[in-house]
Design a protein around this ligand. Structure first.
Ligand code: C5P
Length: 240
């Protein structure tokens, strides 16, 4: 861990937001940065994915508002993300692998288009983060909607081909095989939905730093973010 001191006034929010499209490397980079700072890491896509998994398993229609409410309350009470590993639990049940399935990926991005769902998941995302002192949080609208007050915002991108390669590798590490063309097609579809939805579309906050990870390692990007955190007086480093 780096020898870092925090330089906060009492009221300064200790949050770094990392937004970007699927497979841009947000989660991996966020984990590295959080680890180096001794902060927690939160991936908000996992909350949307958990909702999708609950729907998938219940065979309910996504238009059934009563069930949406019930699932969201369930998530609010039982959802947990293990900060050091990113493992996801609902109550005692670990769902880290199930929520990564292609079906859940697609359904989560469909559910994420719903105004009502986004509004109900917003306080849950803030609660998970603000219960801790210091968080690196990734998603699509962290810098624009959920933490517009974050002192450091990153918008991370990578080419669609590179993102598809990364997703394929991630899936095979979880024992799932997938065709690269199929992954690429799904990525384009999800990008389309994330970019074009009316509520909280994927876009950089006006005060976000845009970084392209296509040709850089996760460590390089993480170090760049730490340098920006120093420039922003968010942290002081004796080792950079
Ligand atoms: O980041 P991840 O790919 O795990 O997110 C799953 C889906 O949840 C995305 O396709 C996106 O549509 C949605 N999402 C969102 N806003 C967030 C996080 C995820 O709309 N903050």
């Amino acid at each position: 861990m780096l020898d870092l001191e925090n330089n906060f006034s009492e009221n300064k929010l200790k949050v770094i937001t990392i937004d970007g499209p699927a497979g841009s490397g947000k989660s991996s980079v966020a984990k590295i940065v959080a680890h180096k700072l001794g902060w927690i890491y939160v991936t908000t896509g996992a909350i949307y994915r958990t909702l999708a998994l609950l729907f998938h398993e219940s065979n309910m229609k996504i238009t059934d508002v009563e069930h949406i409410e019930r699932f969201i309350s369930f998530i609010s009470e039982r959802y947990r993300q293990e900060s050091s590993t990113g493992r996801v639990f609902i109550g005692e049940r670990e769902i880290s692998h199930e929520i990564k399935s292609p079906f859940v990926s697609e359904l989560s991005s469909i559910l994420a288009q719903e105004d009502f769902i986004r509004k109900r998941l917003l306080p849950i995302q803030r609660k998970v983060v603000l219960n801790n002192s210091g968080a690196v949080v990734d998603g699509r609208d962290m810098g624009t909607v959920v933490f517009p007050d974050a002192p450091l915002k990153i918008f991370l991108t990578a080419s669609a081909e590179e993102r598809a390669e990364r997703r394929k590798k991630e899936l095979s590490q979880n024992g799932q095989n997938a065709d690269i063309k199929e992954i690429l097609r799904e990525i384009h579809e999800r990008d389309e939905r994330d970019l074009n939805r009316t509520l909280s579309p994927l876009k950089p906050a006006v005060d976000a730093f845009s970084l392209d990870s296509t040709c850089f390692s996760q460590e390089d990007i993480a170090n760049k973010i730490l340098q920006l955190a120093v420039q922003k007086d968010l942290i002081i480093s004796r080792e950079f």
